[in-house]
Write a protein of this length. Structure first.
Length: 301
């Protein structure tokens, strides 16, 4: 006798528990955490990789831009010394921010209409790589964050190498290699001290001042940089640079513009306002000093 197959008793499916929906706050935190991790990985990778471009190059009003990456070994030691002497003499001592310079700039800006900046080489590198020009608390906040990252993840030598490769030296001209070839017709490795000082002299306002045809201000600033480097201020033709206006007790650096939107004096013979404070002391040597770099009084060649 064939019996019908037995069927399992019918069981009613229990309704599944409702899936918990993530709150907008938790989603935002997860997104921010992922973005921060991605930024840290990118900055870490750039410790070794050459940079194909930067935020400032992408925003350049001049097309095409002139840019050639070169390693530190192919950059004249005079350029390394000139940019530290000009832009950030405590570069090898601070950790990204020169608080003494910030305090002095704040006092100066309260008394003078001509703005003075206090950005270090590390801050300028962060801005050139990832941000945009101009003021504002939001951009400054991002600049602080990126500066902390590169100071933490990169060596001082790497920061200096990147800065020299990405700084703007003229309209659409980025990095010392492109600048050296555009201005002097030679590579960055072949520049003399006087040529290096003239290139670096335009960094505060490279779209307004010219290293190829320097005016009075650029020539005076070049002479000041050369003195900070420990060189006599002469150009390649052995013609002395015009000396700067005498100061009572020191050799002051000419004022430069900040990125707040205030225009500097044109380089047409009208001397910009001079600081009356003492000239900054040269950076001390040590384990973090860049290769082949020396400063007055260090006894290093």
């Amino acid at each position: 006798m064939n019996l019908p197959p037995l069927r399992a008793p019918f069981r009613r499916r229990q309704p599944s528990a409702p899936r918990r929906r993530r709150s907008p706050g938790s989603v935002l935190l997860r997104w921010l955490g992922g973005a921060l991790a991605a930024v840290v990985l990118i900055v870490l990778a750039l410790r070794w990789l050459p940079l194909p471009t930067t935020a400032f190059m992408l925003q350049s009003p001049v097309r095409p831009v002139h840019y050639d990456w070169v390693p530190a070994q192919r950059i004249s030691r005079h350029l390394k010394r000139a940019v530290v002497a000009s832009e950030d003499q405590k570069f090898f001592e601070h950790h990204g921010f020169d608080f003494e310079a910030i305090e002095k700039a704040a006092k100066h800006n309260r008394k003078s209409k001509r703005r003075r900046g206090a950005s270090t080489i590390s801050q300028q590198t962060a801005k050139n790589l990832f941000l945009w020009s101009g003021g504002g608390y939001f951009r400054k906040g991002l600049e602080v964050g990126f500066t902390v990252l590169i100071e933490t993840l990169w060596s001082k030598n790497r920061i200096l190498e990147v800065y020299l490769n990405v700084a703007e030296f003229g309209p659409g001209i980025y990095g010392v290699e492109a600048a050296a070839r555009q201005v002097f017709g030679k590579s960055a490795a072949q520049l003399s001290a006087a040529e290096a000082a003239r290139l670096v002299a335009v960094l505060p306002s490279p779209r307004r001042w010219s290293a190829r045809n320097p005016g009075t201000y650029v020539r005076k600033r070049s002479a000041w940089i050369l003195r900070q480097m420990g060189h006599a201020p002469t150009d390649q033709s052995n013609t002395p640079w015009p000396p700067p206006a005498p100061a009572p007790d020191a050799d002051p650096e000419p004022d430069i513009e900040d990125d707040t939107g205030d225009d500097p004096a044109d380089d047409t013979g009208n001397d910009p306002e001079k600081s009356t404070g003492p000239a900054p002391s040269p950076p001390s040597g040590g384990d973090n000093s860049s290769d082949n770099m020396s400063y007055p009084g260090q006894g290093v060649t």
